[in-house]
Ligand binder design. Structure first.
Ligand code: TUI
Length: 313
């Protein structure tokens, strides 16, 4: 399937794996790229040298293009931004901020830059400063989220920019992919669905949380302090939301989540850890390899598109 995104990135299918901190390491990224999508190594909160190690491992595991995601709140973001140029990384996605100050350096190095955005205003700013595409991420997504849903954000971003738009948030099957394309997207990004693949190295408890989750099992914490984060409801989200409702101060809330993602992903503490996940977890019910998953996505997509209106009846 050809689209502006497959052409831009030199990949077979317009499917990008989300840059999930602690989760998206070399093993997952290379498996997604080997399956014809774009795998992403996520820097998360790691140092430039740790991320470099993951990039080297990904290069060993695939000869296909892969990307790196920089979470811009990372205090080591400047060093990571430079290291990506040294390592000859082909594609960079960014999250939780604006990558404007790195744009010139990355473009001069021939890097394809794809910021993740959650508003029309930021999408336009990113296009003006040279982004090759944007990921428009709706608040169905897991982790740090914006205000708008995928259904409302994607068409508004598509109308506002000329660069290709990749839809994210709430997609985990061929129907979702077809729907995103109907809204004008040239590709999709998925996170939650990739967490349960065989090649994803998260703790088994984390996978089980997503596999068992029902449609209404995620919660958004941090709305009151400007850091909304979506994850599977557990003891931590219950406590956090209770304290938030009581007007607790930011530092008290921070104590609950500090190191929480690592605790959930690495140690399997899914009670007090942060089990970040999108709302689509309720539909993510089985494990398989990345290749099987991507091939199923494309098969389902084809069925929906070829079935046309007959599908909905
Ligand atoms: O970045 C994400 N999702 C994330 S980052 C993350 S790391 C984290 N760990 C622990 C606690 C909190 C976060 C987990 N999930 N998605 C992409 C995304 N970016 N969504 C929304 C945005 C965004 C928000 C505001 C991008 C830019 C922005 O403002 C930029 C500006 O300067 O105007």
């Amino acid at each position: 399937m050809n689209s502006r995104i497959t052409d831009l990135l030199g990949i077979t299918y317009p499917i990008i794996q989300g840059g999930m901190a602690w989760v998206a390491e070399a093993n997952l990224a290379s498996a997604v790229s080997n399956a014809g999508g774009l795998g992403i190594v996520a820097a998360g909160g790691a140092s430039a040298e740790v991320v470099r190690g993951q990039i080297i491992r990904a290069k060993e595991a695939t000869d296909k293009p892969f990307g790196v995601n920089i979470m811009l709140m990372n205090p080591d973001a400047d060093a990571i931004a430079k290291m990506l140029v040294e390592e000859g990384v082909k594609v960079v996605t960014t999250g939780a901020g604006s990558p404007e100050k790195y744009m010139k350096m990355w473009k001069e190095a021939g890097i394809k830059v794809i910021p993740v955005i959650a508003s029309v205003a930021l999408a336009k700013r990113m296009e003006r400063c040279g982004a090759d595409a944007v990921v428009a991420e709706g608040c169905e997504a897991g982790g740090h989220i914006g205000e708008s849903t995928t259904m409302t954000l994607v068409p508004q971003v598509v109308d506002a920019v000329k660069i290709p738009v990749i839809a994210a948030g709430g997609i985990a099957d061929g129907r979702g992919m077809a729907a995103a394309c109907m809204l004008g997207a040239s590709g999709i990004q998925m996170g939650t669905a990739f967490i349960v693949t065989d090649e994803c190295v998260v703790h088994e408890n984390y996978k089980q949380c997503i596999l068992k989750a029902k449609d209404i099992d995620t919660r958004v914490t941090g709305r009151t302090n400007g850091h909304p984060v979506r994850g599977i409801r557990n003891e931590q989200t219950r406590q956090y939301l209770k304290l938030e409702a009581e007007g607790a101060d930011f530092m008290e809330l921070e104590r609950l989540t500090l190191g929480g993602l690592r605790r959930a992903v690495v140690d399997g503490d899914v009670k007090t850890g942060s089990v970040m996940s999108g709302q689509i977890a309720g539909m993510v019910n089985e494990t398989c390899t990345c290749k099987e998953f991507i091939e199923r996505m494309m098969r389902e997509y084809q069925e929906v598109v070829e079935g046309g209106l007959a599908y909905v009846r």
